[in-house]
Design a protein around this ligand. Structure first.
Ligand SMILES: C[S@@+](CC[C@H](N)C(=O)[O-])C[C@H]1O[C@@H](n2cnc3c(N)ncnc32)[C@H](O)[C@@H]1O
Length: 217
């Protein structure tokens, strides 16, 4: 039997959560009250995400956001790397930027960097653009594109949080395209191809997440 992919696991988790919250919400559907509103809202949000993952997420990379602790670590690594006195902005690309939480945190902390999020799925892309229009920062932009055809040659740093097979394949694309010295930070999944990790950081979250660091030769 083949093991379930991360995407299937995520769908299973959303399904179980939706069933559980649905059971909790049932009495409030029969007798509506303000006390039941938070449960109904959570149930609605989880069920909508479940429907999105099952019907619209055709490329099967889970649309999970990077945790707060991991965001902090990624931002700290990039802060050390970017020279604030440099004449040209430090270019950072988030490949598969989802709803933009990580890209936003990076751009907000590094005002001299130029951050681009690349996201294929329309709904998270539109959410991220709406948030950027409302709250900035101005050094952040998004492109709704397939990252396999996105040109990464200008990047000074790449961040990614994908799925095991996608990260393996992405290693080959990045090895062909990146300029010498470019830094790659891969959340959880190691890159495939001829990459040698310069460092692996463990983030002390309940899941002991790993951040894989690489430098293009
Ligand atoms: C795990 S989420 C990471 C979101 C964000 N980078 C973060 O760390 O919070 C991965 C994202 O990659 C996107 N994705 C998957 N395949 C893609 C492709 N071929 N082109 C662009 N985005 C893609 C998915 O839609 C999903 O939003």
């Amino acid at each position: 039997m083949t093991p379930p992919t991360n995407h299937k696991r995520l769908i299973l988790i959303y399904l179980l959560l939706s069933l559980w919250l649905g059971l909790l919400a049932l009495p409030f559907l029969h007798a509506p009250s303000w006390a039941g509103l938070p449960i109904l809202l959570c149930w609605g949000a989880v069920t909508l995400r479940l429907l999105f993952e099952v019907t619209l997420n055709r490329h099967r990379v889970p649309t999970l956001a990077t945790s707060f602790r991991m965001c902090q670590k990624i931002v700290a690594v990039l802060q050390k790397e970017a020279n604030p006195a440099a004449k040209t902005p430090f270019k950072i690309i988030d490949l598969g930027s989802g709803r933009g939480g990580l890209a936003h945190a990076i751009a907000a902390t590094l005002p001299n960097a130029e951050v681009t999020g690349v996201e294929l799925a329309r709904i998270p892309y539109l959410e991220s653009v709406a948030l950027q229009r409302l709250f900035g920062p101005r050094n952040l932009s998004y492109e709704q594109k397939d990252f396999w055809s996105f040109d990464c040659r200008q990047a000074d740093a790449i961040v990614l949080y994908l799925a095991p097979v996608t990260a393996q394949k992405m290693g080959e694309k990045l090895a062909r395209e990146l300029k010498p010295g470019c830094l790659v930070l891969s959340h959880t999944f190691p890159l495939g191809g001829n990459w040698t990790e310069t460092e692996t950081l463990t983030i002390h979250t309940p899941f002991k997440e790993k951040l894989h660091l690489y430098r293009h030769p």
